[in-house]
Design a protein. Structure first.
Length: 867
DNA sequence: ATCGTCTGGCC
DNA sequence: CTTGTGT
DNA sequence: ACACAAGGGCCAGACGAT
């Protein structure tokens, strides 16, 4: 069904075939890039391993991280040239976004309606993004080609294998790209990748999605390798790694402006289109089909789309809204057929094709096995190369194995060094050594390890039976990955790898003091929590009030404490492969605790025995009392190495197959730090997962909006209210989108229809809310809605006036649990009850200081700061 | 200067 | 952050 | 089991309008 709901490409508007030539991007810059890339890579290696001034002794854990790396990260190139494969991607930018850099004059917005564009001629820019300025006919555009249009077309049709071909059969070299040719070499048209997007959007089959992506990337890799990186970015809904702080800053506002000026539509018309389609790409498509462009601009190319995106992201300051709209308009105007759909979705960073980061990585890895770029030096006899790359005579099984290997390597590499600007160029040179270019290093965030959600404490004991494990407080703060380099460089990254160093100058100032003498560099995983002046942990909302940019230590109003729980690198050695027990000990051994500023998370160790179950249960309760979300439970030791000496499987009697499987699995759980993985060796037990511990409200649906994407045609989200018996009103508490099954959505259309009178023309007089849902409901049902916390809301109205004069109460993480057919709307949670729940929750807070920030408390552990 | 809207980012 | 869905 | 896509409350920062 959802598949059916994915909007199919409109058959009446065929995706524009690659029939036209693209008057070229100067290939020179890109050629230069790859040339210098080869040189610099060589140089970098020499520096890393040869230069006595920069090289460090390589470690038994691998030769990752070195002085050259670190220097480069903070833009202190060890040589006069910029290192290439590190986070510094300016060299890449310089080549791919040259139009923006060389042509700042593009700022002047062009808001002329399409009809007038013919009169505007003249551009210095030869790129196809510059559509409006090219009154050339198609024929003249193609004039430098040796073949006629028809000949090319025939050619293509004859030779073209569909991208859906099994990658093992697909021949990227034979893929016809004559039409991509320009005087400066081949250039991939944007339509090439949108064609792939169309196919991918039309299926849910993951294998097919990967195959199409894989084939698409191979064609680029073989024919236009410099287009590979931009294409990979376009596939991943991003244009730069998160920690580079590059944002498009395009939303509905700018999009509307641009589309209106292209299609001559009004904001109102667009809005109604959006209500109909629920997707800005589809809106743009619909708005554009009705427009006849007199002058067909030059086709878009992958690199131009990408470089324009980069330009948009680089705009800042006054007038940027119009400037962005102008650039968006140019691309929209130049797009043909299906292109505009994906172009616009790219603007809002939401491709909606059912493939994002991981799938693209997989496809990329496979692509690199089956083909290689002209820049890849395959050495015939090199066993490592042959371990990954396809060789003549490889049968299906061998290739499958190689692809699996490559996928593992690429994903592991990405998890430790998530920067496509480094990974893709490195991959273009071959899979075998590319890992060395993208090491785990200080200054580059690794993707954090995640915990599996666990709904019950008893589940913990089933999953971890026979193993030793640590239970840690899960504080309600912000996850932070803190890096200190040997030269004193500091970076603090968020859970999604944004650079938030600027937000925490106080934490940065702490790092030097934290380090014991033997600590020169590190990466730690921690939670930052707000504390008051007495060292009492504050709720998340306090932390979120903290300033984020240009923070001066003197002006900080919200103090924080860093609670560390893991160590991924120490003194330039990755510690990922150590057991948690060892990593934790390293943490204890190498850091001073600083009262109310730096501590290790509150924790106990346990295993599966009965006493432990009680202990863990108490610990869990205590964590909640102390204002935490719950606990994390983590396997401490490597398989078979449990400290309690107990064999993992010893007292398993009733050996059904299932038990056996469970036990085997349990006994193999890793205690390593696995970046980017949600492993069963880390279990997350939050209070609101556990029955009876969380807040649960009985609310009344009073309205809804029409859903988007997968949920088009359904009510989503739904506006819910509590009941105030005093004023006899329904006060909005939250919108809810989660917890509904597809079946439920369908039933809802029946339950709330105009026909049965449960859909109203407007809000009832007794509905108290600032929201304006698409559809108003007659209050007639009660639903149980679960949430994590009750919050004082700037917009919702629950119990307004009771806790705060102007603000009502709302719910954090609302989700639907079930209908309460046993209740009438007047029996819904009352405003008073809601207010009391809020008070109870806030009284819970404010009692507990951070315990192990106090050195005296922990003498039996023996890891307190000792000087 | 101040306020409102938009955007992206935490959870 | 949570949840349901499809492979 | 995994990947993806719906979208929640709430915030600071940035830009634009007044």
């Amino acid at each position: 069904m959802p598949k059916g709901q994915k909007r199919k490409p409109n058959p009446t508007a065929t995706p524009s075939p690659r029939k036209k030539s693209t008057p070229a991007t100067p290939q020179k810059g890109l050629e230069f890039f790859f040339e210098s890339q080869r040189k610099k890579q060589h140089k970098l290696e020499q520096e890393a391993f040869g230069d006595p001034q920069l090289a460090r002794p390589s470690s038994p854990l691998g030769n990752r991280g070195n002085a050259a790396d670190e220097a480069a990260l903070w833009e202190l190139p060890p040589t006069d040239e910029e290192p290439l494969f590190l986070t510094n991607n300016r060299s890449m930018l310089a080549s791919t976004s040259s139009p923006a850099k060389e042509q700042p004059s593009h700022d002047s917005p062009i808001t002329t309606p399409p009809e007038d564009t013919a009169s505007i001629v003249k551009s210095e820019e030869p790129y196809s993004t510059d559509i409006i300025n090219e009154p050339k006919t198609t024929a003249s555009t193609n004039s430098f080609l040796l073949q006629t249009k028809d000949e090319i077309k025939e050619d293509n049709e004859a030779l073209k294998q569909p991208l859906t071909t099994d990658p093992l059969e697909f021949d990227a070299h034979a893929y016809p790209v004559n039409s991509w040719m320009t005087p400066d070499g081949p250039v991939a048209p944007y339509s090439f990748i949108t064609e792939a997007f169309c196919i991918i959007a039309d299926t849910n089959a993951r294998i097919m999605i990967t195959n199409v992506l894989c084939n698409m990337l191979r064609v680029l890799m073989v024919h236009t390798p410099t287009d590979l990186l931009p294409a990979v970015w376009l596939c991943s809904n991003a244009i730069a790694p998160p920690y580079m702080g590059v944002e498009l800053g395009i939303g509905p506002l700018i999009l509307s402006k641009a589309i209106n000026s292209v299609a001559g539509t009004s904001g109102k018309a667009l809005k109604s289109l959006y209500e109909k389609y629920g997707d800005w790409g589809d809106v743009a498509y619909a708005a554009k089909v009705s427009v006849r462009t007199l002058i067909q601009p030059k086709p878009l190319t992958v690199r131009n789309v990408f470089s324009t995106l980069k330009s948009i992201a680089s705009l800042k300051g006054q007038g940027t809204v119009d400037a962005k709209a102008a650039l968006v308009k140019k691309l929209v105007l130049a797009s043909r057929g299906e292109e505009v759909r994906y172009l616009v979705r790219t603007f809002v960073s939401h491709l909606r094709i059912g493939a994002v980061r991981t799938t693209v990585l997989t496809a990329l890895a496979k692509a690199c096995v089956l083909d290689h770029s002209p820049f890849c030096s395959i050495e015939e006899d090199d066993p490592v190369t042959m371990h990954f790359h396809r060789q003549a005579g490889d049968d299906k099984a061998v290739l499958t194995e190689k692809m699996k290997r490559a996928e593992r390597v690429v994903r592991e590499c990405y998890a430790q060094h998530p920067n496509l600007d480094n990974i893709v160029p490195a991959l273009l040179q071959g899979i075998s050594q590319f890992k060395d270019h993208c090491p785990l290093s200080v200054g580059v965030p690794l993707r954090p390890m995640l915990g599996k959600i666990t709904r019950d404490l008893s589940e913990v004991f089933v999953k971890l039976e026979g193993r030793s494990f640590a239970c840690e407080y899960k504080y309600d703060g912000q996850r932070a990955q803190i890096h200190l380099g040997e030269q004193g460089h500091i970076k603090i990254f968020s859970r999604h790898l944004e650079d938030m160093t600027d937000k925490y100058p106080d934490v940065a100032a702490l790092l030097a003091k934290m380090c014991k003498e033997n600590t020169r560099s590190f990466i730690i995983d921690a939670e930052i929590v707000a504390i008051d002046d007495k060292g009492v942990i504050q709720p998340f909302s306090i932390l979120s009030n903290r300033a984020r940019k240009n923070v001066m230590i003197e002006n900080i109003t919200i103090s924080v404490c860093v609670l560390a729980f893991d160590l991924m690198l120490l003194n330039n050695e990755p510690t990922l492969q150590q057991s948690l027990r060892v990593r934790r000990q390293l943490l204890r051994d190498h850091f001073h605790l600083i009262e109310n500023k730096f501590a290790l998370v509150e924790a106990i160790d346990a295993s599966g025995s009965q006493e432990c179950q009680d202990e863990v249960s108490d610990f869990f309760k205590k964590s909640i009392k102390d204002g935490c979300e719950g606990i994390m439970v983590k396997v401490l030791d490597h398989p078979g190495m449990d400290n309690n000496g107990k064999a993992p499987m010893d007292d398993d009697k009733a050996n059904t197959d299932k038990v056996e499987t469970r036990a085997t699995k349990t006994s193999q759980l890793l205690s390593t730090y696995e970046p980017d993985k949600r492993m069963e060796s880390w279990l997350k037990v939050k209070k609101d997962y556990v029955e009876g511990v969380s807040d649960s409200l009985d609310l009344v649906p009073i309205g809804a909006w029409w859903g988007n994407g997968r949920k088009v045609g359904w009510y989503s989200p739904i506006l819910l209210a509590c009941y105030n018996p005093e004023s006899e009103t329904f006060e909005s508490v939250c919108k809810c989108i989660s917890g509904f099954s597809d079946k439920f959505y369908k039933e809802m259309l029946e339950v709330y229809s105009v026909d049965n009178g449960r859909v109203l023309n407007g809000p009832r007089h007794d509905y108290v809310t600032d929201h304006r849902p698409d559809v108003w409901f007659q209050a007639c049902e009660v639903w149980e809605i679960k949430g994590a916390d009750i919050t004082v809301s700037p917009i919702h109205k629950g119990a307004i006036g009771r806790i705060d004069e102007a603000r009502g109460l709302s719910l954090r993480f609302p989700r639907f649990v079930r209908k309460r057919d046993d209740k009438d709307v007047e029996d819904a949670t009352s405003s008073e009850i809601l207010a009391e729940m809020y008070e109870k929750q806030t009284n819970l807070h404010g009692s507990s200081a951070i315990e192990n920030g106090n050195a005296e408390n922990e003498e039996e552990e023996g890891w307190i700061a000792d000087d």
